[in-house]
Design a protein around this ligand. Structure first.
Ligand SMILES: NC(=O)c1ccc[n+]([C@@H]2O[C@H](COP(=O)([O-])OP(=O)(O)OC[C@H]3O[C@@H](n4cnc5c(N)ncnc54)[C@H](O)[C@@H]3O)[C@@H](O)[C@H]2O)c1
Length: 270
């Protein structure tokens, strides 16, 4: 079978779905993992309804048996070949208002949801990539790996870990023809961070005061960059985390003025 085999975790909703649909639309076989089996089934139906090919491997990717099952399912698709692994799952919840009020149980869950499974599934699938001397790994980090976020210090620490892992692993496995990159999203309109919740009753016209490109991101905006990172178009790119954020990281600390006369770093003048 010549189709690429692409594994996507958290593929039933949000950015993961958009990634899976892009891969399927370009002819890949997509191995869909999600903890929400019903939503994953619906995504699979939509992919197959559009003529795409996919295989389900549902379950909580923070659990060792699920990691093993996802790897086994993926490796069975095409005689042990996995071409692309997208470690997409991540969540800022459970969250406390401040680090001061957070608990070790929350740190543990944030570790499992944001970093542990990235290590675990990569570890499970890397041997097959090394053996074939090719493969692409793409992790989903966040702009908050680079920019401070009060109240989410632990989430940002583990995502900084995702980006550091991306960098170091890329150096380690480049000699085997394997590329490792990440994206760092901001402001995606997804079930985790719906645009309406982000606006929270504010005038939508204000979005341009904090997002240079003037809008929230559609899941497909992020999927397009993942598709590029998975393609031969990015064959000389490895070890990087690419911000996909409408310019928020570049603007950090700067606000568009309400009178549209440029930008200010003094929020009371915005
Ligand atoms: N939404 C944003 O603005 C934003 C910003 C920065 C980073 N990110 C990152 O992008 C990635 C995707 O975010 P999203 O907004 O699309 O998320 P989402 O919550 O909208 O969708 C995540 C999907 O993953 C599934 N999932 C959750 N936990 C899982 C688990 N333990 N095992 C298997 N599946 C699981 C969910 O069921 C859902 O289908 C995450 O890593 C997130 O941290 C998102």
């Amino acid at each position: 079978m010549n189709r690429r085999v692409c594994v996507v975790t958290g593929a039933a909703e949000g950015i993961g779905t958009a990634i899976a649909r892009r891969f399927a639309a370009s002819g890949d076989v997509v191995v869909l993992n999600d903890v929400d089996a019903r939503a994953a089934e619906l995504t699979a139906q939509r992919i197959e309804g559009s003529g795409g090919h996919c295989v389900l491997a549902c379950g909580d990717i923070t659990e060792e048996p699920v990691v093993a099952e996802v790897a086994e399912t993926a490796l069975a698709v095409a005689d042990g070949r996995v071409d692309v692994l997208v470690n997409n799952v991540g969540d800022f919840r459970p969250a406390a208002w401040t680090f001061l009020h957070s608990t070790p149980q929350q740190w543990q869950r944030l570790y499992e949801l944001n970093l542990w499974h990235v290590l675990a599934l990569t570890h499970a699938l890397l041997p097959s990539m090394v053996e074939r001397e090719q493969g692409v790994i793409i992790n989903n980090s966040t702009v908050e790996a680079f920019r401070g976020i009060p109240g989410k210090a632990v989430y940002s620490a583990f995502n900084a870990g995702v980006s550091a892992f991306t960098k170091s692993l890329a150096v380690e496995v480049g000699q085997h023809g394997i590329r490792v990159n990440a994206i760092a999203p901001d402001l995606a309109d997804t079930p985790q961070t719906p645009a309406a919740a982000m606006l929270h009753g504010r005038d939508p016209d204000l979005i341009r005061t904090w997002v240079p490109l003037g809008r929230f991101g559609d899941p497909d905006d992020y999927a397009a960059v993942v598709e590029f990172l998975a393609s031969p178009q990015s064959c000389y790119l490895t070890g990087q985390t690419i911000p996909v954020d409408g310019g928020t990281l570049a603007a950090s600390g700067w606000y568009g003025r309400a009178d549209r006369k440029g930008w200010t770093n003094l929020p009371n003048e915005a």
